[in-house]
Design a protein around this ligand. Structure first.
Ligand code: SF4
Ligand code: SF4
Length: 340
């Protein structure tokens, strides 16, 4: 218990340092998202971020990427996939990130969370974990279900020294929207933070929530402790099917590094600008900081919204004249772990 409290205090200090350093210097990338494992042990019907065959990226390759991100001044790293816990050296990857003094978080489906694995993640000094739970009972769309994962939440409650956030989802044809409330209430019982993702339907179209979903969306705001994952109001607009007026700083303040080591805007705009990380420089960061993204008004990639809050009040962006860096509008279902 004492160790858990100490870790919590250290985490808060680390986040405070992150906020202080990040807010003043626009050339510092605040958050990088890395993919050590594209393969997943599940196959959610909506997901465009996994395969069932790829091998883990070797640790020495991942460590070089982390070193390069540290050189670029990146302050925090989120590990996702695929399923990152399938990577045989996941603890070494976490420890390497922490060795650079960066904040380290992970997004996982939670299936592989045994007490031993949680203790190993503690030793590696993981600081945050997010698990997205889609429904109460498994169905053909998703098996990220409370019924299956509840025992894992018990394990986390007992053993984890890191912060845990449980994300539930609404919209996009989720069969039982009231499941989001059940999941959030259960998370609160464990002392975890909660968040809610508003998602597109199966065609990638953002549609307003219906009346029942709206009620649940409003009710969710009153449940539990607020987390870093719900510090913004942008979901209110998405829930109503309205655009958001914001400045996406992907490619600058936020970097997405795919399993092949290329830098992309985000999970949903892979291919832009797709520059190898070892060639990515502060000049790229500066260019992308000012590049307006055409997909921004209806974007649901929550972590990039959160990072953008550091700079939304700063100088406006412009559409870059080079077509290769102007992303296309979102055309895929955005329900995925990166959006959580
Ligand atoms: S949403 Fe997550 S758990 Fe589901 S297939 Fe995609 S990566 Fe795997
Ligand atoms: S999808 Fe969202 S996060 Fe990605 S580039 Fe577009 S606006 Fe930015």
């Amino acid at each position: 218990m004492i160790r858990k409290t100490i870790r919590k205090a250290q985490r808060h200090l680390h986040v405070a340092r992150f906020l202080a350093r990040g807010v003043f210097n626009t050339r510092i990338p605040l958050l990088a998202h890395i993919i050590p494992m594209r393969r997943c042990n599940l196959s959610c019907a909506y997901c465009n971020e996994y395969d069932d065959f790829s091998k883990p990226v070797p640790f020495d390759v991942m460590s070089r990427r982390i070193d390069r991100l540290a050189e670029l001044g990146v302050l925090s790293i989120i590990i996702s996939g695929g399923e990152p816990l399938m990577h045989p050296d996941i603890e070494k990857i976490i420890a390497h990130i922490r060795g650079h003094g960066m904040i380290c978080g992970m997004i996982t489906n939670g299936y592989l969370l045994t007490p031993e694995k949680i203790q190993a993640l503690n030793r590696a000094r993981l600081e945050f974990m997010q698990i997205s739970i889609d429904n109460v009972t498994p169905d053909e769309v998703s098996k990220k279900s409370l019924k299956v994962l509840d025992a894992k939440l018990v394990n986390l409650c007992k053993h984890a020294y890191f912060g845990v956030n449980i994300n539930s989802v609404i919209g996009g044809g989720i069969a039982n929207p009231e499941d989001a409330l059940v999941i959030a209430r259960r998370a609160v019982q464990f002392g975890f933070t909660t968040s809610l993702g508003v998602i597109h339907d199966g065609n990638g179209t953002l549609r307003p929530l219906n009346a029942a979903e709206q009620r649940i969306h409003q009710a969710m705001k009153k449940i539990g402790k607020k987390s870093y994952a719900r510090i913004h109001k942008f979901q209110d607009n998405l829930a109503l099917g309205l655009p958001n007026n914001w400045r996406c700083r992907a490619g600058a303040r936020y970097l997405y590094i795919c399993e092949d080591g290329l830098v992309h805007y985000c999970s949903q705009q892979r291919g832009y600008p797709a520059i190898p990380l070892e060639q990515y420089t502060l000049a790229d960061v500066e260019r992308e900081y000012s590049t307006k993204k055409a997909c921004a008004p209806y974007c649901t990639v929550a972590c990039v919204h959160q990072i953008a809050a550091f700079d939304n009040w700063r100088k406006p962006q412009h559409l870059d004249p080079v077509p290769s860096v102007e992303p296309t509008p979102i055309s895929q279902d955005l329900r995925n772990p990166a959006n959580a």
